[in-house]
Write a new protein. Structure first.
Length: 131
């Protein structure tokens, strides 16, 4: 493991912890690259594909709860990443996300339709269907 770290390669839970920390720091960046870094972290976690990676991704979706400025496209990326990880708990996380979005449906017809498509996407992914 020490040799892997020297060569810049982390594996398993060690990698997940490092990437989760980078994901948290991405939200605090002031250089405008936070979204880019967060998206790269999500893709990396998807590639790792472990239960701990799925837990970090599921926690990201909980960011939609009560968020006024939730990035729905980022949410879709997280949904897709979770859908690619076949571990216990993923389905429940996706359904919680869909319920959170549903509880916050906007009044505006166009925005409402868009958010409804994101709800359908999360539910379809939870059911094992891609959208």
């Amino acid at each position: 493991a020490a040799e892997d770290a020297i060569h810049g390669e982390l594996r398993g839970d060690e990698a997940v912890k490092t990437i989760a920390a980078a994901l948290r720091r991405a939200k605090e960046r002031s250089d405008g690259l936070g979204s880019l870094v967060a998206r790269a972290c999500v893709e990396t976690l998807r590639g790792i594909g472990t239960k701990s990676a799925a837990e970090v991704l599921a926690a990201e979706l909980s960011g939609a709860l009560g968020a006024k400025n939730w990035d729905h496209e980022y949410g879709s990326q997280v949904v897709k990443a979770l859908g690619g990880i076949g571990v216990e708990g993923v389905r429940d996380a996706l359904l919680r996300y869909a319920a959170a979005l549903e509880a916050q449906l906007p009044a505006d017809a166009m925005a409402r339709s868009y958010v409804q498509s994101k709800i359908a996407e999360a539910r379809a992914t939870a059911a094992g269907r891609s959208t």
